[in-house]
Ligand binder design. Structure first.
Ligand code: 5GP
Ligand code: ZN
Length: 115
């Protein structure tokens, strides 16, 4: 996808603060972090959102979840972390290239408050 910002980052056309890279995926720090540690893991393959994945992507998604856990620990998040996947306009997604946010450090409040 020529004009997708995360495809450009994956191709090295836009710089990023890289956390991890292999043939299939790239992890990099969010440019506008919401916590002391905030990075994203993306597939290099352009998939617009979680709503666009198919059965054929199951292995890739599984790898990504396993990697998230490993990379979070490597970034010092021994006490836990939050993962967020915003999906579609209704899910608050702004960049339409699938990404898993990994957020931690500091004080992460419960995500849903009741009462
Ligand atoms: P979304 O709202 O789509 O789930 O999240 C998009 C995220 O991408 C935002 O947290 C935003 O700060 C981050 N972002 C947008 N443009 C860039 C960029 O050029 N570089 C980096 N590192 N992060 C970006
Ligand atoms: Zn893309």
């Amino acid at each position: 996808m020529g004009d997708c910002i995360f495809c450009k980052i994956a191709r090295g056309e836009i710089p990023c603060r890289r956390v991890y890279e292999d043939d299939e995926v790239l992890a990099f720090h969010d440019i506008n972090p919401v916590a002391p540690v905030h990075f994203m893991l993306i597939p290099k393959l352009h998939l617009a959102s979680l709503a666009d994945v198919k059965d054929v992507h199951a292995a890739l998604l599984g790898r990504m979840l396993l990697l998230v856990s490993r990379l979070a620990k490597e970034q010092g998040l021994d006490n836990g972390f939050r993962t967020v996947i915003n999906t579609g306009k209704g899910g608050g997604q702004e960049v339409f290239h699938l990404h898993i946010h990994v957020i931690g450090g500091g004080n992460i409040p419960p995500m849903v408050r009741r009462g």
